[in-house]
Every structure is written in structure tokens, then in C-alpha cells.
Design a protein around this ligand. Structure first.
Ligand SMILES: Nc1ncnc2c1ncn2[C@@H]1O[C@H](COP(=O)(O)OP(=O)(O)OP(=O)(O)O)[C@@H](O)[C@H]1O
Length: 247
């Protein structure tokens, strides 16, 4: 589904990714974890050529992206959705318009756009928020809008760059639940996170990165998504129990 062949990325003489080869299988939730600066986000961004490699080849859905013309790449990218830590919504556009943008860009048939936007907003549980602006939403709701936008063009792959790193534990669990639902529709997911619990809860295989290289790729048994109590009492209990901040 996704294959990186000896891919390298250089920033101002610094080799951030060093001749990496990796295969992500169709239908899996593939995690990428590692220390800050290990090259996780760069590796993810190479999968849709948001970063262009200096060396190597990138193949997605049977197409060699690194050999495509600009026009062909734009077409191929319709089947690769992406979400980000800071959501990247357009502040002066409504929830509806934020999702419709991706349909406009892909020249999705105009007469069917409204129906598709509604479908995607319904999927993420935000249909009633369609006329709100991003500033009127919580972090979790913003990420749901970003997910709806990423799904609009029926992607086969969803790339997730630290999708829950700005969210509290309960909202993290909700968003991971949405990602799991998307995966069950047949969408292959690649998720970059520095949070072990996030990776452990939903990933089938995990690539561990260090210093711009793959240290190892392991098969994992997802532990499941457990919402964490988020009440003030819960925070006090966690801070004051043995081993906590006051111990
Ligand atoms: N656009 C860029 N220009 C210059 N250097 C960059 C750029 N993007 C990434 N780097 C460098 O490449 C290395 C890998 O960065 P990357 O963001 O991929 O790491 P990461 O593992 O995702 O780290 P973090 O968890 O901190 O985001 C880092 O040393 C970073 O400073």
C-alpha cells in the first residue's frame, strides 16, 4: 500500500532521513514512534511528497509518486488524506466550508459536494456544527473537522501527524476511536506520535525511529482505547495518590 525505497531527506546539509525503506500494508494502523528529532514527521510527510526526497522512491496505492508529473501527483494525492497536531483549519471559514475546500481543490462534482460534506460531518458527529467557525470549537471538535476534511475525497490512506498531542486524555480517546472507525471502513492509517499509550492503543505494527533511521518495525497487539476520567476529582486523585506529585 505504501512503500518507501531507500528514501533520504536532507535539510541544509543535515540528513534528517537516511536511506529508509519501509512497507505499510493495506488495512493496517501503522505507528511511527521515536524521540524528538528522530525524523518521524519528515518520514510521514515523505509518504505524500509534502517533503520531496533527495534520494529514493515513494510508492502509494501502486503508484510511484516520485515519478509522477505535478498534475498526476495532485490526482494521486486525492487518495491520501492527512491530519495534523494543530488541525490546520481555515479560521475565517465555517466548519462546512473547511470541509468543502478539499472537494473544491479536487474538482469534486459541484452538485454532489453538499451531500458529501454532510456525510463527512455526520461521520465525525459534527453535522449540527456546520455553521460554526473554528474558534467556536474545542480542540477535539477541531480535529474532527480536520478528519472530515481529510475523508472528503474517499482516501485509501490517512496520514496522521501527532493527531492527539494537543488534546486531553478523554478527547484523545475519542479521536482514536474515530480513527479506528475509519480504519474499519478499509482506510490504511499511519500515525506519528511520541505518546506510547496512543501508539499502543490502536496500532497493529509500529516502526521505531532513531536518528533518521528505522531502528525496528514490530508487530503489536493493540491494547484498546480506554477513556480516562477527566473530572477535577480525578486530577486531584492522580496528583495525590502514592507515587504522584505529593508522594
Ligand atoms: N523544514 C525543515 N528545515 C530544516 N530542518 C528540518 C525541517 N524539518 C525537520 N527538520 C529537522 O529534521 C530532523 C527531524 O525532524 P522531524 O520533525 O521529522 O522529527 P520528529 O521525530 O517528528 O520530531 P518531533 O517529535 O520533535 O516533531 C530534526 O532535526 C529537525 O530539526
Amino acid at each position: 500500500m505504501i512503500a518507501l525505497h531507500n528514501v533520504s531527506k536532507v535539510f541544509s546539509g543535515y540528513r534528517a532521513i537516511q536511506s529508509v525503506s519501509l512497507t505499510v500494508h493495506k488495512g493496517e494502523i501503522h505507528g511511527i514512534i521515536g524521540a524528538s528529532g528522530a525524523g518521524k514527521s519528515t518520514l510521514l510527510r515523505l509518504m505524500n511528497l509534502l517533503e520531496i526526497p533527495e534520494e529514493g522512491k515513494v510508492e502509494v496505492n501502486g503508484q510511484m509518486l516520485t515519478s509522477l508529473s505535478g498534475k498526476e501527483l495532485r490526482q494521486a494525492r486525492k487518495s491520501i488524506g492527512m491530519i495534523f497536531q494543530h488541525f490546520n483549519l481555515v479560521a475565517n471559514k465555517t466548519v462546512y466550508d473547511n470541509v468543502e475546500i478539499s472537494l473544491q481543490l479536487s474538482k469534486f462534482q459541484r452538485s454532489k459536494r453538499k451531500e458529501r460534506v454532510s456525510e463527512c460531518l455526520r461521520f465525525v458527529g459534527l453535522e449540527q456544527f456546520k455553521d460554526k467557525y473554528p474558534a467556536q470549537l474545542s480542540g477535539g471538535q477541531k480535529q474532527r473537522v480536520a478528519i472530515a476534511r481529510a475523508l472528503a475525497n474517499h482516501p485509501q490512506v490517512l496520514l496522521c501527524d501527532e493527531p492527539t498531542s494537543s488534546l486531553d486524555p478523554n478527547t484523545t480517546a475519542e479521536i482514536l476511536g474515530v480513527l479506528k472507525d475509519i480504519n474499519q471502513l478499509g482506510v490504511t492509517i499511519v500515525i506519528v506520535s511520541h505518546e506510547m499509550e496512543v501508539i499502543r492503543s490502536i496500532c497493529n505494527r509500529v516502526t521505531v525511529m532513531a536518528d533518521g533511521q528505522i531502528y525496528d518495525t514490530v508487530t503489536a497487539e493493540p491494547t484498546g482505547i480506554e477513556p480516562i476520567e477527566n473530572s477535577p476529582e480525578y486530577f486531584i486523585e492522580q496528583l495525590t495518590k502514592a507515587g504522584g506529585a505529593n508522594a
